[in-house]
Design a protein around this ligand. Structure first.
Ligand SMILES: [Zn+2]
Length: 85
């Protein structure tokens, strides 16, 4: 079911039913509607979830938080050791 859904470019359920009918159910399982009711695409769930999530808009506007680099004060002895991190 997931492969079939991927193949048709992640359609919504109603769109997927339209495609099924347009294809005369060729390549679709006989219990397609029953499977569709239970089927949840992880990719689609993520996309739809992100769209309805108000905080994600704010993150898009302001960008992700960057952790400020710790700049050593002048005078401090800094060892350049690449294995230190
Ligand atoms: Zn999908």
């Amino acid at each position: 079911m997931q492969a079939l859904h991927d193949k048709w470019g992640h359609p919504s359920n109603s769109k997927f039913i339209q495609i099924c009918r347009a294809q005369n159910r060729v390549g679709f399982p006989t219990n397609f509607l029953a499977l569709l009711n239970r089927f949840r695409c992880k990719v689609c769930a993520l996309c739809k979830g992100a769209r309805g999530y108000p905080r994600s808009t704010r993150v898009q506007l302001h960008g992700p938080h960057k952790t400020p680099k710790v700049v050593p004060a002048p005078g401090d002895i800094v060892f350049c050791n690449s294995n230190d991190e």
